[in-house]
Write a protein that binds this ligand. Structure first.
Ligand SMILES: [Zn+2]
Length: 365
């Protein structure tokens, strides 16, 4: 028998709408429609559009495009000008124009001096800095974690240290500056342990786990399909187990990293395929199946990782707006298969077609 549950509006703090840039992959409006259908009352868009969202005008444009949508859009803005990692953006003006938080997502801010200056200024503003914690020098062109699949297809391996060394550096900057820090799409057991102990220490640190890092692992990869290619890449079974434990313990929140791409960029296999998959229309079914059904998480705690914890990332000026969000209604106990053909997202890069789940978004109201 189906049960209907209603929660404060779910907030996805990590989505890519390709607007401006690649509107055939996702526009602001198609992305918001996918979010509403997926059960999200609000989303935070990433600034790696083309051009990058590093100006008040670019922020205002996104906010204007979303007027009238049942799902609210809170745009984030760049940490550095053009997301180039060299010069800190005008964080004060960006905060004033309504930035949700600051991130150069897709790129790690490598220069510690630049990151330190950004975190000091961000702390003054009471704003959160979110980091794509993958050090490109350690990554060295790697596309997949060490696994039998990597060997079989001769793919370059990315060491776990690319993530945890980046996290370690940022935690020390967090300790120095007092800036609120959030680690995006965490994927390694070592990285989770660093976040866990930093929270114990009392540092203002959080991190997010994506549905794909919670559901899948590189140990299970068998086919050369770029729909399993993400940045950071899928962890191994131990990483996945640690991510699940940390979500259950309230250390991690959820976020999708919804990353639409045109079909052509995903059709040439793993080595050259684009990174990322769409996630808005499957996030609720997957996280419920993994965390509530398989890991025994309480439904209320599962829901909080989608609504309560993500609100803590928003700029102080937006927290009141978050109080007025619509609510999220889900239905549990209706077994249904994912049908990618029925997605309202403009993209189809999703590895879950045909998979069956028990919990589905019903409406945002
Ligand atoms: Zn990222």
């Amino acid at each position: 028998m189906a049960t209907t549950l209603e929660f404060p509006g779910f907030l996805d703090v990590h989505v890519h709408f390709r607007d401006p840039g690649v509107p055939e992959a996702e526009t602001t409006l198609s992305g918001l429609a996918a979010a509403s259908k997926g059960g999200f009352a609000a989303v935070v868009t990433m600034p790696n559009t083309s051009p990058a969202c590093d100006s008040p005008d670019a922020l205002r444009r996104q906010i204007e495009l979303s007027v009238g949508s049942v799902t609210r859009l809170f745009p984030s803005a760049c940490i550095t000008k053009g997301r180039l990692g060299r010069e800190v953006a005008d964080l004060e003006s960006l905060a004033e124009a309504g930035a949700a938080f600051f991130t150069d997502d897709g790129s790690y801010v490598s220069d510690p001096k630049v990151m330190e200056s950004a975190m000091a200024r961000s702390a003054e503003l009471g704003m959160c800095i979110c980091q794509h914690a993958v050090d490109p020098l350690i990554q060295a062109g790697g596309v997949v974690r060490e696994c039998s699949f990597a060997k079989r297809f001769g793919l370059k391996v990315i060491p776990a240290a690319a993530e945890y060394e980046a996290i370690r550096r940022d935690l020390s900057l967090c300790r120095e500056t007092g800036c609120r820090l959030h680690i995006q799409h965490i994927s390694t057991a070592e990285g989770v342990e660093l976040v866990r102990s930093a929270q114990r220490e009392g540092l203002p640190v959080s991190a997010e786990a994506t549905p794909h890092h919670l559901l899948l692992s590189c140990d299970e990869l068998t086919v050369d399909d770029a729909n399993f290619k993400m940045a950071p890449p899928l962890g191994n079974a131990e990483d996945r187990a640690e991510l699940r434990r940390a979500v259950k313990d309230g250390v991690l929140m959820f976020a999708t990293d919804h990353a639409p791409h045109p079909a052509a960029t995903k059709s040439h296999g793993f080595a050259s395929g684009a990174n990322g998959i769409i996630g808005l229309e499957t996030a609720i079914p997957i996280t419920y199946a993994v965390m509530v059904e398989q890991e025994g998480m309480r439904v209320e705690d599962w829901a909080k990782a989608w609504w309560d914890m993500p609100r803590g990332l928003l700029a102080p000026g937006l927290r009141n707006a978050a109080l007025g969000l619509a609510s999220t209604v889900v239905e549990v106990g209706v077994r249904r298969a994912v049908s990618v053909a029925d997605f309202v997202s403009l993209s189809r890069n999703c590895p879950y077609d045909g998979m069956e789940f028990e919990c589905w978004p019903r409406e945002v109201r």
